[in-house]
Each structure stands twice: as C-alpha cells, then as structure tokens.
Design a protein around this ligand. Structure first.
Ligand SMILES: NC(=O)c1ccc[n+]([C@@H]2O[C@H](COP(=O)([O-])OP(=O)(O)OC[C@H]3O[C@@H](n4cnc5c(N)ncnc54)[C@H](O)[C@@H]3O)[C@@H](O)[C@H]2O)c1
Length: 247
C-alpha cells in the first residue's frame, strides 16, 4: 500500500484554523504541502514551520483563472497532486433570519464555500485521474447537515458542499480517487471568534459532549480521510461533532 510520505497535498485556507492544522499534520506525516490562501503574510509564517518541502501560494479561490493558474504552478513545482483539502471558508453575516439577510452577502458565502471548493476540485481532478489516484476532502460543517438557525448562507452552502462530495464520490468511484467531506461542530478558530456570542452559544449548546472540538482532533480525522488507508469510503460526510450528528 502507498504511504503518505512524499505525497503532495494542496490545502486551501491554509493560513488559519483548520487548514493550518491539517497542513501541519500532513507535513509531519511526510507530505509536501502547497498552502493556498488569500492571506500572504500568515501563509509565509505557516510554511516556515513545516518540516517538509512546502510552498505558499496567494490565491482567491473564487477566481477561476487564479485557481487554474495556481494548480498548474503547483504541478510544475511538485510534479503531481495526490491530495486536495478544501478548508477555505467564511460564515458571512450570522444571527440573522432569512428575511433579514442581504442577498449579496449570501452570494459571497456561496462563492467561497461552494464555488471555491468546486473550482479547486475542477482543476485538480484531471491530474488525479491521469495518475489513477487521489484523495479529495471538502471541509463542510454540521450546519450543512442540520441547518443552523441564523446562518442561512453558511448552512445552505455547506449542504451544497456535502452534495458535491456525494456526486464526486460516485463520479470517480472507479478511478482510484475518493472524495469525502468532513462535518465538524464548533472548533475555536478566528472564524468562530468573529461570530456573535449568541450564535456561538447556540451552536455549542447543541454538542452532547458539551465542549468544542480541537484542531488536533480535526487534523487526526482529516489525515486518515486523505490517506491511502481510507480506500473503501467515498462520497461520505464524516462527523466530528461530539455526538451532535444523528444521521
Ligand atoms: N471553526 C469551526 O468551528 C468550523 C466548524 C465547521 C466547519 N468549519 C469549516 O472549516 C473551514 C476552516 O474554518 P476555520 O475555522 O479554520 O476558519 P478561519 O477563518 O480560521 O480560516 C479560513 C481561511 O480561509 C481563507 N479564505 C477565506 N476566503 C478565501 C478565498 N476566497 N480564497 C482563499 N482563501 C480564503 C482565510 O484567509 C482564512 O485563512 C471552513 O470551511 C469552515 O467553514 C469550521
């Protein structure tokens, strides 16, 4: 069986939170990581700490030409792409009922959460197909499974991500590529810190373990999902919710 060592991973949202934790964990398993994010300064700090040959790429994942160009550049730099982790995401404005939202804000959240992940997969998958191997992980959310009141844009865009994993899992099932999603409950990161306290309390109170998940717990599950060991599960949304997910 293949091992993770010397594989190449593209991780979006790698300058913060879950993306940084997953990139770090993969690098400690010997993976060479291409870190993608809008935040050039933070990316430079993150890449400096990684133990494997890794590189930072500033890119807005909502911009198709930038995504296409960055994926080409990663393949030029590393020779291949074995793993894609889509962690870049935003909540948009929260604590608002649907009739109180602004359409532009909802569209923006879909642009990043759904279209950003669709675009990176769109441009990475041909390289995985050519080598008959690949692991794609879309970071969704428990909000996409259950729907969090006050978070229409976030919840619906993450439901779209879960739908995408189901579709792509089937589309590539016979090609050596698996496509899965991960649905965490609350993990304390800048994304959560930026939300209104009442919205964070609403989400945290729903977790049966009565605590938030940790970045180490995210990285542990993610590292398994994108490893060669995960060979018979595709189109699936893994839970990381302290017992909140009931289906
Ligand atoms: N933190 C949680 O509780 C939690 C729970 C469930 C799911 N998630 C999901 O996990 C993922 C990571 O969340 P996080 O908590 O680490 O957030 P974060 O805000 O800490 O990090 C997100 C990163 O994405 C980057 N980003 C945003 N828009 C981008 C764009 N257009 N192009 C490129 N990069 C962009 C940001 O610069 C940032 O570095 C998100 O998809 C989020 O929805 C988080």
């Amino acid at each position: 069986m293949k091992t993770l060592a010397n594989q190449v991973a593209v991780v979006t949202g790698a300058a913060s939170g879950l993306g940084t934790a997953i990139a770090g964990r993969l690098a400690s398993d010997g993976v060479r990581v291409a870190l993608l994010d809008l935040n050039t300064d933070r990316l430079a700090e993150v890449v400096r700490d990684l133990p494997t040959e890794s590189r930072a790429y500033t890119v807005d994942i909502t911009q198709e030409e930038q995504v296409a160009q960055t994926v080409r550049q990663v393949v030029e730099d590393f020779g291949t792409i074995d793993i894609l982790v889509n962690s870049a995401g935003i909540t948009g404005r929260t604590s608002l009922k649907s009739h109180e939202t602004e359409t532009e804000d909802v569209r923006r959240v879909f642009e990043v959460n759904f279209f950003g992940s669709y675009l990176t997969a769109r441009y990475v998958l041909p390289y995985m197909l050519a080598q008959k191997y690949g692991r794609v992980l879309h970071i969704a959310s428990i909000a996409g499974k259950e729907g969090n009141a006050g978070m229409i844009a976030y919840s619906a865009s993450k439901a779209a991500v879960i739908g995408m994993a189901k579709v792509q899992g089937k589309e590539y099932a016979e090609t050596g590529i698996t496509v899965n999603a991960l649905a965490p409950a609350v993990i304390r990161t800048p994304l959560v810190d930026a939300m209104p306290d009442e919205q964070v309390k609403y989400m945290t109170d729903k977790i049966p373990m009565k605590r938030c998940g940790t970045l180490e717990e995210v990285a542990e599950v993610a590292a398994y999902i994108v490893s060669p060991r995960n060979s018979f599960t595709t189109g699936f949304t893994f839970d990381l919710s302290g017992g909140r997910a009931t289906y």
